[in-house]
Design a protein around this ligand. Sequence first.
Ligand code: GAR
Length: 193
Amino acid sequence: MRIVILGSGRGSNADAILQAQRAGQLGRGRVVQIYSDRPDAGILALGPKHGVPADFLDAAPYKTKLDGDAEQHYIAAILACRPDLVVLAGFMRVLKPPFLTRFEGRIINLHPSLLPSFPGLDGIGQAFRRGVKITGCTVHYVTLEVDGGPIIDQAAVRVEETDTLETLSARVHAAEHALLPAVIARLSERFPG
Ligand code: GAR
């Protein structure tokens, strides 16, 4: 199962996927390419670390969506990778129909809350400020509705009395690092070996 990862940030989840792959725990999944919309994103440093192509793909002039010419560039670049699965690991742009249609049913996203609670930006901060006692993370298929696609799996994280946003964030991220590679490994079982 050929995997393309898209990310905008530090890339700790992409790193977890690649570590799982290295440890033989990604099933039939194999990461073939990483793309980032930010030239300075930490996720791009994973390329040399893991021996996977990792490239900046400009998404200007938009800031929060993938649209227009940039969207067409993304579609063409990703198609050239012949992906079976596109993984959004902290890719902070809204995807729209041309992209979604092209990769329909093959795009999954990681979100740092128990959806449908706390969609959108800063899922961990939203949950912390609301005072919920259980939060977590979700992997779901990407559809037109932002953070609203069919849920594949979730992991729960208890919020402790003593938690700060930082300590809670660390545990949610740890849960993400376990959940996302496990989901990918499970999805890969559908692919012939
Ligand atoms: C993760 O916590 C992921 O759930 C979140 O961005 C972070 C990326 O971290 N995604 C979203 O908030 C999407 N709405 P990483 O770059 O270290 O993997």
